[in-house]
Design a protein. Sequence first.
Length: 393
Amino acid sequence: MHNVLITGGAGFIGSNFVRYLLRERGDARIVNFDKLTYAGNLENLSDIQHEGRYTFVRGDICDRASLDAAFRDFAIDTVVHFAAESHVDRSILGASVFIQTNVAGTQVLLDAAKECGIERFLHVSTDEVYGSLGAEGRFSETTPLHPNSPYAASKAGSDLLAMAYHHTFGVPVVLTRCSNNYGPYQFPEKLIPLMMINALHGKPLPVYGDGMQVRDWLHVDDHCAAIACVLNNGRVGEVYNIGGNNEWKNIDIVRLLLRTMGKPESLITYVKDRPGHDRRYAIDAGNRLDLLPLVMRVAGHGDPAFGAALFHATLACALADWVARAAEARAVRTVACAGGCMLNAVLAAGMRREFAARGLALHEARAVPPNDGGLALGQAWVARQSLASAANA
């Protein structure tokens, strides 16, 4: 593995994997091939854009000519395929783009890889292809596929195509299916960042149905480590489940975030349930991941550290990045935060570490003077949100 094409590398999991591979594989050269749809954001990778082993190519996996050029120009020998439409709600509103990108796009990418004779094609998928569980049991790699949403059906279709290309044409495919991820750079339409952003602004937190849907949560860095291990050690033609052994009801996640942030549960607003909403997902990652000696970031349900880890991993890093850019624009290196006015004290140490890593000093005070020569954290947050809103208008 020397020249790696990562599709969807500007998205949530893809951008974290780009960073992981650059950090852990000093011999890897990475080509980030991304269409930059609404969920792709190059700011996720702004700190490594000048890294000599990293190249960004804006392209669509449905465009064979663009793919052929990337494979040829960069002598690609390995593909890690993240690019996908991935939000269930959006697939219910309109399934066409999911079929086009997730199924047709994967087929075009597989054709391009087949012609180039690559060494490894890792297809990243989801536990949602298995359908819904009852109160007991977990998904294994041999669980029959039973997708219940247009999104899940499109991913199941892409999984079957990838395996068919291995069986028919000998494309060296390995396939991973993961549980729900959390961590930095997640797009705010997803449960955890959406709830935190709404809570920060005092807005209602919409919870589907009774909120008792169960998901298995996995830190994105652990997911990236597992993907890298499958890429290096996985057997061609095999499926590998990747989970966190960390089941939580959606409503418990929301309540945990509110407690961690010091916000009232009165912000919770129950809304009409999503059509066909799967009740429970749970991954059994033990059957094949015995060759992947991972130490997961959280111990499971009831771990008191999980609330702080969940909150810090998703928000602190993102805030630090956004504030660092705002501070650079204003040529300041001190960021002022009125004590308790914006974030719960549980984040203090973590925020100081995140800011120090970016060359910023975090000044905590009872009140933030209006002209202290620094940058008020709350002001930076509001500015960032305003810029994002304007960009999406």
